[in-house]
Design a protein around this ligand. Sequence first.
Ligand SMILES: Nc1nc2c(ncn2[C@@H]2O[C@H](COP(=O)(O)OP(=O)(O)OP(=O)(O)O)[C@@H](O)[C@H]2O)c(=O)[nH]1
Ligand SMILES: [Mg+2]
Length: 340
Amino acid sequence: MFIDHARIFVKAGDGGSGHCSFRREKFVPRGGPNGGDGGNGGHVIFEASNRVSTLLDLRYQRHYEAPSGERGQKSNRHGATGSNVVIPVPVGTLIKAEDTSETLADLIVDGQTAVVAEGGKGGKGNARFASSTNRAPRQFEPGTLGEQRWLTLELKLLADVGLVGFPNAGKSTLISTISSAHPEIASYPFTTLRPHLGVVEWTEDSSFVVADIPGLIEGAHEGKGLGIQFLKHIQRTALLLYLIDITEWMEQEPIVTFETLRNELQAFDPTLLERPFALAATKIDSQGEGRHLQALQDYCVEHQYPCFPLSAITREGLPSLMTYLGQAVLENKASCTSKC
Ligand SMILES: Nc1nc2c(ncn2[C@@H]2O[C@H](COP(=O)(O)OP(=O)(O)OP(=O)(O)O)[C@@H](O)[C@H]2O)c(=O)[nH]1
Ligand SMILES: [Mg+2]
């Protein structure tokens, strides 16, 4: 099951208390204080991992608590440090504090970590309070408390290109043709029920990531079909590719299809309309007379939208689409690097 939202409670370990004790040995009178320090409490840490693809585990386990540090001991022995609790999450996970909505971390690289609850510090034992004027201190510190908080986690996939289209438009077929991703493909609507990522090896040394998300229909923003909840997974893509089925038995005119998709995107997040995009006219191998394709191409010429007629089955049109996407992604990365 693909889960992209979770709410959990984290509690870091408390610091162990310092110890109060004195050397008591037979021939050592007034041996002095020897109470050790308490150990630090363990942190709660998130780690982004490519091996995890959903927040499902966090739905089952909602409480995470790191062990506390142990008390200090006699003979100047420090208490053991509490071990850290490391929670693996998918790359693209955003972590917010529930009470303030403050973003604590946005884990976008495999292996990236973030401490979300700091362990308490161990207290000092009485040995640390000895001074020339106080040789037998009875003073020691308690450990400090570990942080605790409720967190909300949201997974927003990271991809370069997002595929947007009606159900059955051929999104999954396209991603399975150009990458090694294998989402289910079938001739009925809403085959895809969760987003899929595919890595496209564009040239020998460059690749880009494509996201296939479940199909949209008119009224998705009002909850029709699968709704617009999955659109958050294309919010971070640099480029959108609208897939329009142009086979002649499609009742809806392709331009209406395109505009409906744009309206649904706008209802979810108006900035998605400012994102660079291209259109792909799909299934040209079985398009019939080509009336729909002609209408869509005329519309794209008029508006100066890039349009790629293609067939994911015969691969016709794929090379030019790949070149366009690959270059657009490269240009976007270059402009982002120079701006950042
Ligand atoms: N002839 C032809 N059929 C295609 C092409 N691309 C996809 N199809 C067919 O169209 C149907 C739907 O394809 P999918 O890739 O599952 O469509 P989708 O957009 O992922 O659909 P949802 O997951 O329901 O949103 C399948 O029967 C595919 O075999 C194409 O280029 N040519
Ligand atoms: Mg699909």
